[in-house]
Design a protein around this ligand. Structure first.
Ligand code: FAD
Length: 509
């Protein structure tokens, strides 16, 4: 068989960049494309962005796809479990809510828990409890409890609850590098100083390194981070800026020593001109203040950040600049952008690593033949645009539905016009508590949206169909559900103890 014909898959892939995106790509491609020659170029002098610690439950699919032993990952990347995000002061100062992973409570026929809750709030306001009382993830997280789901008892909320991980992204990338190199990926250390393109087709043909070495490839995966060396600088693919909705353009990050208890969740606290994250890992807590650099200075941010740490800082605060938005085409000619080169959304819902993961899955699903195929590329770009815009709307929604006032930052986001796609969703939810995903592939489901909207005090009416349920039945049903969540969560093991008892390999899912 002729293996160089146009219908044959590509055989030479060069990945540019060895951050989280580069090594996540290398690990998966080397696992599944054993006959493809894979090279990865990274520059020790340039380094990686070095932040990015919280994930969402889909990361577990990545471990399976990349064939990573999860227990080994937990040990190597100092991982903790994550059951969701606690939002502090987002609705209004002094208020707290929880966005827990997975299902909320138990639906009554087709009526979802949040509809029952909205109806109870309309008809028996004194009876309703905080909405996070119906989420097993939230209840376990707030008690610092964790265990793996137990599918044996299908009636238990533990049967199918969801979880993710928080880990040190640099250590994670190091583990992926070991795995990838063991599977044959050739790592090339050096700085790329020239991108050579075919004068007729414009395809990238060769990369020249500072020391004169030349590296070729058929397909190039641009994981060069915000520099976007190939997709942006060389191919000139533009960027759709979203700073009219997402005001934050900088983050100040600083790690600090761990403190007890080891919380199985990320915390996001609203601040004067942005918000602050807290991500507990085994060996340290990651902290950062995400802000609009025109509304607050770096020094004030650094002072506020250092003053709010739970433990002693272990490094100096470090600013990172970013531009919220999306590369207009993630795939152009023979270059596919994965990671920060393809766009950036602030880490409010911990989505960047996920977007890397789906980009890799998409690349596998549309893996090109020699000669490349325009419909594949168009489909890839359409899917990645839809995915980015859906996540963008969810992040914007957190700002839009705030009730905070008095700070220019919050006054701006509360009163700004939002994309039509989001405005329509908010209106539907306001009028009937209803929510529909744009399509099966949309990342955040109804459960996520309603926790944020209700958690921030967004006023919504219950679905009129809830009128068919008597008020007493509603209240009883919700009380019973909250009691079950509380009871089950209270019997789960403590997070730190659970983590310390995991075997060195083979555990984890
Ligand atoms: P980088 O880490 O920047 O890697 C770029 C690579 O390209 C490096 O290896 C560099 O050496 C190489 N390179 C660049 N130029 C050249 C050249 N000329 N020659 C050779 N090599 C070159 N994501 C989450 O999922 N959860 C989070 O909680 C989260 N928090 C974040 C917080 C902040 C403040 C920021 C900014 C991001 C956060 N992210 C988070 C996103 C996450 O950090 C990134 O998505 C992830 O690290 C991917 O980065 P990358 O690999 O694309 O780029």
């Amino acid at each position: 068989m002729n293996d160089t014909g146009p219908g044959e898959p590509l055989r030479k892939i060069t990945i540019v960049g060895g951050g989280t995106a580069g090594w996540m790509t290398a690990a998966v491609l080397s696992r599944w494309l054993s006959q493809v020659e894979i090279k990865l170029i990274e520059s020790d002098a340039i380094g990686t962005i070095g932040v990015g610690e919280a994930t969402i439950p889909h990361i577990r699919n990545y471990f399976a796809l990349a064939d990573i032993d999860v227990a080994k990952m937990i040990d190597a990347a100092k991982a903790t479990f994550k059951l969701g995000i606690q939002f502090v002061d987002w609705g209004a100062p002094g208020e707290t809510y929880f966005h827990g992973f997975g299902r909320i409570g138990r639906d009554m026929l087709w009526l979802h828990t949040h509809q029952l809750w909205l109806a109870a709030r309309e008809r028996a306001p004194g009876s309703v409890k905080d909405f996070d009382r119906y989420s097993i993830s939230a209840q376990a997280a707030l008690r610092n409890r964790f265990m793996f789901p137990d599918p044996r008892d299908r009636t238990s909320p533990l049967a199918d609850y969801e979880y993710a991980y928080q880990f040190d992204a640099s250590l994670f990338a190091r583990l992926l590098r070991e795995e990838s190199e063991a599977r044959g990926v050739e790592r090339i250390e050096g700085r790329i100083v020239e991108v050579r393109r075919n004068s007729e087709t414009g395809f990238v043909e060769q990369l020249r390194l500072e020391d004169g070495r030349e590296v070729d490839g058929e397909l190039f995966v641009d994981c060069s981070g915000m520099r976007a060396l190939l997709i942006g600088e060389a191919l000139g693919v533009g960027y759709d800026h979203w700073d009219r909705w997402l005001l934050c353009d900088r983050a100040m990050a600083v790690p600090c020593e761990s403190v007890a208890p080891l919380t199985p969740y990320t915390r996001s606290t609203a601040k004067r001109a942005g918000w602050q994250w807290r991500i507990p890992l085994q060996h340290r807590i990651g902290n950062g203040y995400v802000y609009n650099s025109g509304m607050i200075g770096d020094d004030e941010v650094a002072d506020a950040l250092l003053a709010s740490l739970d433990g002693t800082p272990t490094a100096d605060p470090r600013p990172v600049r970013f531009a919220p938005g999306r590369r207009l085409k993630a795939w152009e000619k023979n270059v596919v952008a994965v990671g920060l080169s393809s766009g950036f959304l602030e880490p409010l819902e911990s989505t960047s690593i996920h977007l890397i993961q789906t980009a890799i899955q998409r690349l596998l699903a549309l893996f090109p033949a020699r000669g490349l195929c325009a419909p594949d590329i168009d489909e890839y770009n359409r899917q990645s645009r839809d995915e980015y815009e859906d996540v963008r709307d969810f992040v914007i929604a957190h700002y839009k539905v705030t009730r905070r006032s008095g700070d220019p930052f919050w006054d701006h986001v509360r009163t700004m016009d939002v994309p039509d796609s989001l405005a329509e969703r908010l209106e539907l939810f306001r009028s009937s508590g209803r929510f529909f995903k744009h399509g099966a592939a949309e990342l955040f489901a109804e459960e996520s949206w309603v926790q944020v909207l209700i958690g921030q005090g967004f006023e919504a009416r219950a679905d009129p169909v809830t009128r068919f349920v008597g008020t007493e039945d509603l209240v009883h049903y919700l009380d019973d559900m909250a009691a079950v969540m509380s009871d089950v969560a209270g019997r789960m093991p403590e997070h730190a103890a659970f983590l310390s008892r995991l075997p060195a390999s083979g555990a984890g899912r």
